[in-house]
Design a protein around this ligand. Structure first.
Ligand SMILES: N[C@@H](CCC(=O)N[C@@H](CS)C(=O)NCC(=O)O)C(=O)O
Length: 95
């Protein structure tokens, strides 16, 4: 297998609102990174003005909040539950 063919082809747009050090954010980004998923990494510690947008879109105040193709997935726990249930890859367009 060549390096190019081992890279997952990703159809989905993924957005993660989070902060640099929060453990749940690190865990969520880690899962996406391990799966080779590209995502828009919105760091609220660097861009606090976007926290209101996250809260409005998710109706939640904790970080991270994750969206796939504009649909709210939830936080790190929900992202991992989707993975363990075998449902994440199809949402990401790699299944
Ligand atoms: N179950 C949530 C927990 C998220 C969470 O507790 N995040 C912390 C930061 S690591 C937070 O936002 N704390 C602030 C608060 O609870 O208001 C998840 O899996 O994302």
């Amino acid at each position: 297998m060549t390096a190019a063919s081992s890279v997952a082809t990703q159809a989905a747009e993924v957005v993660v609102y989070g902060t640099a050090r929060c453990p749940y954010c690190v865990r969520a980004r880690g899962l996406l990174d391990r799966k080779g998923i590209a995502y828009m990494d919105i760091r609220l510690d660097a861009m606090p003005e976007l926290r209101e947008e996250m809260e409005r879109r998710s109706n939640r105040r904790t970080v991270p909040q994750i969206f796939i193709n504009g649909a709210h997935i939830g936080g790190s726990d929900e992202l991992h539950h989707l993975e363990y249930a075998g449902k994440l890859d199809s949402l990401l367009g790699i299944g």
